[in-house]
Design a protein around this ligand. Structure first.
Ligand code: ZN
Length: 124
């Protein structure tokens, strides 16, 4: 994610103010998003995500968000496509990687695990 986009997302609304998000076709309601800091691995509170959710397309939501870690003052970018049927893709190193959410967990946990799946920050 480019620096200009990060700065724009930081000035956007909090992600939690844009939730819940409902998919009519599957009756899936996304209530919260959580994630881990790319640097210190501590969890980023849901209220510390800023960005936007593109709901222009049917049965797919595209998140572009920045997680703000107040403990180590690091910004972690998240780009995720979540589909109404439980599939998701995350953007890692400029390519989309697919995943499948697991049925035993609650939706909240599923989404948390999605947001925890992020590229490791490169050393140096
Ligand atoms: Zn941190």
């Amino acid at each position: 994610m480019k620096r200009e986009e990060i700065e724009t997302l930081l000035q956007s609304q909090r992600i939690d103010s844009q939730l819940p998000l409902h998919f009519d076709s599957t009756d899936f309601t996304l209530t919260a998003l959580e994630g881990d800091c790319a640097k210190c691995q501590k969890s980023i509170e849901p209220q510390n995500f800023r960005g936007h959710i593109n709901t222009h397309f049917k049965d797919i939501a595209i998140f572009r968000a920045i997680g703000i870690c107040h403990q180590c003052r690091t910004l972690t970018p998240f780009i995720i496509r979540i589909r109404a049927d439980g599939r998701f893709e995350t953007m890692i190193n400029n390519s989309w990687r697919q995943g499948q959410m697991f049925s035993r967990r609650t939706w909240r946990q599923r989404i948390a695990s999605v947001f925890c799946w992020r590229p490791r920050k490169q050393k140096g």
